[in-house]
Write a protein that binds this ligand. Structure first.
Ligand SMILES: Nc1ncnc2c1ncn2[C@@H]1O[C@H](COP(=O)(O)OP(=O)(O)OP(=O)(O)O)[C@@H](O)[C@H]1O
Ligand SMILES: [Mg+2]
Length: 287
């Protein structure tokens, strides 16, 4: 096990990652010996149709697989092997150094508490000795950073008082207040309409550029990953179909399956011209 931080090593190195579920006939693998790296400051897209194992891959990294699931292989984060960490040490990594955002922000927020309280309490649970007042200030600042206007007033509102896109911003604010080194976003825009999707993607790209955090963006939609990622992993039924730079995957897909996913993206020829492999978002939208 390595202890020293090797700055030349990738932020995340996944090798032979396999996730299985027990069935009557033995174990069924839903992620099959996956290998990929996420460079420091890089943005990786994981793409594939429903059931291809994208969420199980991210949950395996977070140590949050459903009960009964088995995991093997290696997940090295900043030089630390995560698969052998004790739960207590893993809890210190999760949320604090690696944060995750999900498709449905409503199910991650508690309807009975104001968003300000939820951001502040999440922050306090990870930072010892922080007062309520300090945490409240952090919550307002985090909401301002995700461009929620009038944050000092909005912290007192409940989740149902926000639109879907604004709730996703609240979740991103909560995650941001922890200053994570790696952000895993699992279909963060799927539940949102197209214009709001674009705003959230711009926000993720902006955060990545501002904080230098690594990003893993999971989606079934290749158009979405083209917006913000520089390396793409294509999955199907737990297998790695192919991986490469976002530009290469778009211009020169090697596998029929990737081509099929590309064909599902409307007017992809227009998209290629807009490929943004470095984050240069316009933060001024949706004001
Ligand atoms: N608790 C479970 N028990 C058994 N099998 C499961 C369980 N959870 C997920 N699976 C199976 O694991 C496979 C991969 O699921 P996963 O959620 O990773 O897919 P996905 O690529 O994220 O799909 P989607 O795009 O629909 O979110 C699927 O075939 C699914 O049925
Ligand atoms: Mg999923």
């Amino acid at each position: 096990m390595s202890t020293a931080t090797d700055t030349a090593a990738p932020l995340l190195r996944v090798r032979g990652l396999t996730v299985g579920f027990p069935t009557a006939a033995g174990t069924t693998d839903v992620v099959k010996s996956l290998d990929f790296d996420l460079e420091r400051g890089g943005a990786l897209g994981i793409v594939g149709e429903s059931g291809s194992g994208k969420s199980m891959t991210s949950l395996a990294i977070m140590g949050l697989l459903p009960k009964g699931a088995t995991r093997s292989g290696s997940i090295e984060f900043d030089g630390t092997e995560l698969t052998t960490l004790r739960e207590r040490a893993m809890r210190a990594v999760r949320g604090d150094r690696i944060a995750m955002i999900f498709q449905d922000p409503l199910s991650s927020l508690n309807p009975y508490y104001t968003v300000g309280t939820q951001i502040a309490e999440a922050y306090r649970s990870h930072r010892k000795g922080v007062t309520r007042r300090q945490a409240r200030t952090v919550a307002i600042e985090a909401m301002e950073r995700v461009h929620i206007h009038d944050a000092a007033r909005r912290v007192h509102h409940y989740p149902h008082q926000f639109s879907g896109g604004m709730r996703q911003r609240v979740m991103i604010a909560m995650m941001l207040s922890m200053e994570p080194e790696l952000i895993i976003a699992d279909e963060p825009t799927t539940a949102l309409d197209v214009t709001v999707q674009a705003q959230i993607l711009d926000l993720l790209a902006e955060i990545r550029a501002d904080t230098g955090a690594g990003l893993i963006l999971i989606t079934h939609d290749l158009a979405v990953v083209s917006e913000v990622t520089d390396h793409i992993v294509v999955m199907r039924e737990g297998d790695l179909v192919e991986q490469g730079s976002a530009e290469r995957i778009f211009t020169d897909p090697q596998e029929e399956y990737t081509r099929m996913l590309l064909d599902a993206v409307p007017r992809i020829d227009d998209e290629i011209g807009l490929l943004r492999t470095t984050a240069a978002p316009s933060a001024e939208e949706d004001r």
